[in-house]
Each structure stands twice: as C-alpha cells, then as structure tokens.
Design a protein around this ligand. Structure first.
Ligand code: UDP
Length: 457
C-alpha cells in the first residue's frame, strides 16, 4: 500500500513557511507523502535559497498557487495583500487538489493548514476532506483567541476587538498576564485595519475550532496552564529542524552561512545574536541607536540586518560605525538562525520574540533580551521575562525608543547574572524532553500520523 498523501498549506509568510516545512519533514519521516503548497511568489524564493540542494527529501513535493498579486506589486500593503489572497487562493487550492485527485489512485488523506489560513480549512470542508490545523503561535495566544467571545461578553473588548479600558487580563494561572493595550490584534495599523485584522482572525479561529485535529507548535512543558484551557489542542512542538535533518528549509532570503565560521573563531558564550525575524521594520533613529548600543556594549555581536530592516534606502548605519566595530561585529542579511542559536559562542539573543524565535532560543538554552514590536510578541515576552524568567525586557524611553544605555545595561545584567543562563538551560531540557521519543509532543505527532494512516482513503 502506498503511503498516505497529505496537502500542507502555510500562511504565505516567512515565519509560517519555516515551521510548516519542519512539520512536513517530520511527517515525511513518519511515512507520509506531502504536497507542500506555497504561493508562487514564495515558492520561487524558497527554490532560489535552496540553490539546488535538496534538504526537503523526496517525500515532500513543493508546488505553488498564485496569490493574486503580481511579482512587481507592492506587498507592504497588508490589507490589500490579504484581500487578494482571500479572493484568489481558495479557488486555486481547490483546483490544485482536484488536479491531484485526477491522477490515478491519488487521494488526499488530510489537508493540514496553518491556523492563520482559515480559508484553506474552508476549502477542505467544502471538498469533504479531513482537516488538521497547525497553529504556529503559543497555546496562550490560541487560548486568548478562543476567549474572544467571552472577552466581548464580559465587556473587556467591544465587537471590533477594541479594549473598553486598559487593564491586565490573565486567563488562567501560570499563563502570562497581558495588558489589553497589548492584545495581539491591536497595534496593527489604524482602527479600520485593526477591525479588518480582528475579523480575519475571528474567522480563522472558527475554522480552527471546526477542524478534526488542532495542533500547536508548543509543548505542555512550556505552557501547561494555557493547554489546560483547551484540551483539544495538541502540542507538537517545538518544531525545529534539528529534531530531524539538521537544516532549516523554506528561507525567502539566501542565508549567510559564513557567519558560522566567524562564530567558530569567537570564544564560548561571548557573542550577542541580534535578529528581529522576517518583517519587523525599525525607524532610522532606532536603528542607529541600536547600532550605537551594540557598540558601547563592547562585546562581539552578530546582527541580522535584513535589506528591508529600515525604510531608508541609504546606508543607515551611524557614520564610522562599521569601521569601529569591524573587529568584533558582523552584520549579515539573513542567518541560518537555528544553527546560530545552537552555536556555543552565542551568549544571548536580542529578539523581537516572534514565537518561532522564542521556541528556538528556548530550545538552545539561550537567555533573551526582549524587544517586542507587535502581535503576539508582547505575550511571548511576558512568558520569557515573567513566567520562565530567562530574559529581560528592553524598555522604551520617553521618546518611544530603546536607548543605547538601556541596551548596554540590560545586556550587562543578563550576562552578569548566571541565574538567567541556569534557568535557560533547565527550560531547554524541559522543552526538548517533549520532542524526544516518549515525550508528549512526540507522542502527539505519532498519534496524529497513526490516525491519518487509519483513515480510509
Ligand atoms: N530566521 C532565520 N534567519 C534570520 C532571521 C530569522 O532563519 O536571519 C527565521 C527564524 O529562525 C524563525 C523565523 O525566521 O524560524 C522567524 O519567525 P518568528 O516567528 O520568530 O518571527 P516573524 O518573522 O514571524 O516575525
């Protein structure tokens, strides 16, 4: 009998494609065949970054569908991009699945969709396919989303998602307390954009709840409190490339792997790694202040400066900065982050605290300097600083920026207090125990695969 076939579809963003490919690699290892659906735009970039190397394995077939935008269109307009995707991608996905089913003997045992791609779940429902949702945020974020009706009922937010007043909320003991000012659907554009995003999210939440399987890139060991609120949510994380083949795939930018050789030449526990994920943008003055902060730290650093990290087309570094830090600082456009975080030279991680970066830092026992910008990054910061106590927040000054002295002071505090590293190493053990043979996430994946294998085609 041929191995069961599943279709995996990520939300077409960098921080979603990476973990969904990691999950796919894991499922392939357990004997499933996978059709992995990128948008055409992302597909091209993923293939380019692989440079012909086959990290993906023969069980995973990479395919693409259009997302409604032309390659030259401006993709920085989030709303337009989302609207186009919602108009075009469902029909294209349906067409693709019909085409697959048109091949002799080919059936899809399950459609596995990203929790942020509720539209794909709806396609599966329409086509009467089994559906699994993979949420690549924390379970606490899922719990918060599932609590939206109750938050509205209790008068904490209105039906547009806008907080009625600023207050702290804690959904369960051991869950991070968060301010209503930092709910992840607030702080994204103006009120119309927020409402649009909130409605999109509520729709995704409904689709997630209706799926046959609800999986989350997290683990009971990290988030017992949040998981206890949603018993149907199964932990399958942390999804890391190192659990399987040792290589991440799915990068949209070419990785600079030379930085690993540079790290080899540094002392153990001596390099600050600075990276803010795939789409955080810094104002020019904040960018310069960060550069000057790293300079006065007087330590080695590896800093990911994506080509679009500032809106400024010119060289945004302070004058003379590159020359002054040349002996101890490296700036690169994209790192092989998971390998970097595994490197013994790394001492701490200055991060925007996206959930992937959070789980990757945690899984390597690296203390954090937290610099959240939007969405779930505030909640993740609360986990890191207040619940797990493996890092410190960088605080903004009265002008709304994080100043160079604050950067230096917090780096010195985190690296000067061995308790941060000790707690980080303990947390690493807890997180990794869940993906080892017999661990809770490992069992959940095995049960999921078993169910797929037992479902009639
Ligand atoms: N990443 C990487 N190299 C970089 C920066 C980021 O490989 O130079 C990866 C990182 O390992 C993570 C993902 O990009 O898997 C970013 O996801 P995250 O949830 O942290 O942030 P987002 O980009 O979604 O804001």
């Amino acid at each position: 009998m041929s191995s069961p076939h599943v279709v995996v579809i990520p939300n077409p963003e960098q921080g979603h494609v990476i973990p969904l490919l990691e999950l796919s690699q894991n499922l392939a290892k357990h004997g499933l065949r996978i059709t992995f659906v990128n948008s055409e735009y992302n597909h091209k970039r993923v293939l380019e970054s692989l440079e012909g190397k086959n990290y993906i394995g023969e069980q995973i077939h990479l395919v693409s569908i259009p997302d409604g935008m032309e390659p030259w269109d401006d993709r920085s307009d989030m709303r337009k991009l989302l609207e186009k995707r919602l108009q075009v991608m469902p029909g294209k996905l349906e067409g693709l699945i019909e085409e697959i089913h048109g091949r002799e003997g080919e059936k899809t045992a399950c459609l596995i969709a990203d929790g942020a791609a509720g539209w794909a779940i709806e396609v599966a429902e329409k086509m009467k396919l089994r559906r699994a949702v993979v949420v690549i945020t924390s379970a606490a974020t899922v719990a918060l989303t599932f609590s939206i009706p109750k938050l509205i009922e209790d008068g904490v937010i209105n039906s547009n998602g806008t907080p009625i007043k600023e207050q702290m909320i804690q959904l369960a003991p051991n869950m991070p307390a968060i301010s209503t000012g930092e709910l992840f659907w607030t702080g994204i554009g103006d009120l119309t954009m927020q409402k649009f995003f909130f409605d999109f999210m509520v729709k995704n939440m409904r689709a997630t709840r209706a799926a046959d399987f609800q999986l989350c890139n997290s683990t009971y060991e990290l988030e017992g409190g949040a998981f206890s609120m949603i018993p149907e949510l199964l932990p399958i994380g942390p999804l890391l490339a190192s659990n399987r083949l040792g290589n991440s795939a799915g990068y949209f930018l070419p990785e600079d792997s030379k930085c690993l050789e540079w790290l080899d030449q540094r002392q153990a526990n001596s390099v600050i790694y600075v990276a803010f994920g795939s789409h955080t943008v810094l104002e020019q003055n904040q960018f310069q202040e960060l550069a000057l902060g790293l300079e006065i730290c007087n330590r080695s650093f590896l800093w990911v400066v994506r080509p679009d990290i500032t809106n400024d087309a010119n060289d945004a570094y302070p004058e003379g900065f590159r020359e002054r830090v040349a002996a101890r600082g490296q700036m690169i456009s994209w790192s092989p982050q998971q390998k970097v975080l595994t490197h013994p030279s790394i001492s701490c991680f200055m991060s925007h605290c996206g959930w992937n970066s959070t789980t990757e830092g945690v899984s390597n026992g690296v203390p954090f300097l937290c610099w959240p910008f939007f969405a779930d990054q505030f909640m993740n910061t609360t986990y890191i600083c207040d619940v797990w106590k493996v890092g410190l927040r960088l605080e903004r000054n009265q002008s709304g920026i994080i100043g160079r002295e604050e950067i230096k002071n917090k780096v010195d505090q985190v690296l000067g207090d061995q308790n941060f590293k000790a707690r980080a190493l303990k947390l690493k053990e807890k997180a990794l125990s869940s993906v080892r043979e017999g661990g809770s996430s490992n069992k959940a994946i095995q049960n999921f695969v078993q169910s797929i294998k037992q479902w009639p085609a």
